[in-house]
Design a protein around this ligand. Structure first.
Ligand code: PEP
Length: 258
């Protein structure tokens, strides 16, 4: 049993307007409360679109909820002429504590490189929030059997030059692209193979303390039916959940995997 607190993170992607966001957070809080959720056994995080963050903050603060919230992306710039971008200080002022970067959808549709993803993670950590650094291979890479090398190369490129202390503060999310939104989950053993390899690479690069402290999530069609099996694996510390996080009862059930 590790000292790492499990994390159930719901990536809402481009779904829900601000009223629907209020409704979902209230429903989630109620479902967690009804289930007697113990937040010390699993942290619960929602990651709404930017336009919903203020609404989520209002509900969380008004009701004194333990649910955390964050953003799906961030700019590497502080402010200025960057149309359409959102800065870390805008997010910290809204009470965000986590930011996702390098999701495969942003890598694919916005050509985000490992270097840019690493710069975003640096910016987020410097602003006092926790980066959730996504990595994961496409189906062709998996079929070629080079998925472990591929994923480790993504992480090493993003974190080049980082200190062991800083790496220990981030969250890494392993999300095989072929399992995202497809209903096709990697088996628990497939997910463990890569999450375990990530932890061993952290051990080799940064030492035991960092390898034991860094949380590694699995993402890709995680749902109530498979969460227990995934969480039973030694190196899986939680899940980054897309579709199933849009339903309060399903997501609350996943957070209560323990
Ligand atoms: C995701 O996009 O981070 C994700 C894991 O989506 P889904 O759970 O819907 O596969």
């Amino acid at each position: 049993m590790s000292n790492r607190t499990p994390l159930m993170a719901g990536n809402w992607k481009m779904n829900l307007d601000h009223l629907e966001a209020n409704h979902l957070v209230q429903g989630l809080a109620m479902a967690l409360s009804d289930a007697g959720h113990d937040y010390s056994k699993c942290e619960v995080l929602v990651i709404p679109p930017f336009t919903d963050i203020r609404s989520v903050q209002t509900v969380v603060e008004a009701d004194g909820l333990d649910i955390k919230y964050g953003a799906q992306d961030v700019s590497i710039h502080d402010n200025g002429a960057y149309t359409g971008e959102i800065s870390t200080s805008m997010l910290t002022k809204l009470g965000c504590t986590y930011v996702v970067m390098g999701h495969s959808e942003r890598r694919e549709y916005h050509n985000e490189s490992d270097e840019l993803v690493g710069a975003k993670a640096r910016k987020v950590l410097d602003a006092g929030m926790t980066p959730i650094l996504c990595c994961g291979e496409a189906l062709e890479v998996r079929k070629a059997g080079t998925h472990v090398e591929f994923v480790l190369a993504q992480i090493r490129a993003a974190l080049a030059g980082w200190s062991a202390e800083d790496v220990a503060k981030i969250v890494i999310a392993y999300e095989p692209i072929w399992a995202i939104g497809t209903g096709e989950t990697a088996t628990a053993a497939d997910a463990q193979e890569v999450c375990g390899a990530i932890r061993e690479a952290l051990r080799a690069d940064y030492g035991d303390a960092t390898a034991e402290a860094t949380r590694i999530l699995y993402g890709g069609s995680a749902k109530p039916a498979n969460i227990k099996e995934l969480m039973a694996e030694a190196d899986i510390d939680g899940a980054l959940v897309g579709g199933a996080s849009l339903k309060a009862d399903s997501f609350a059930q996943m957070a209560g995997f323990y």
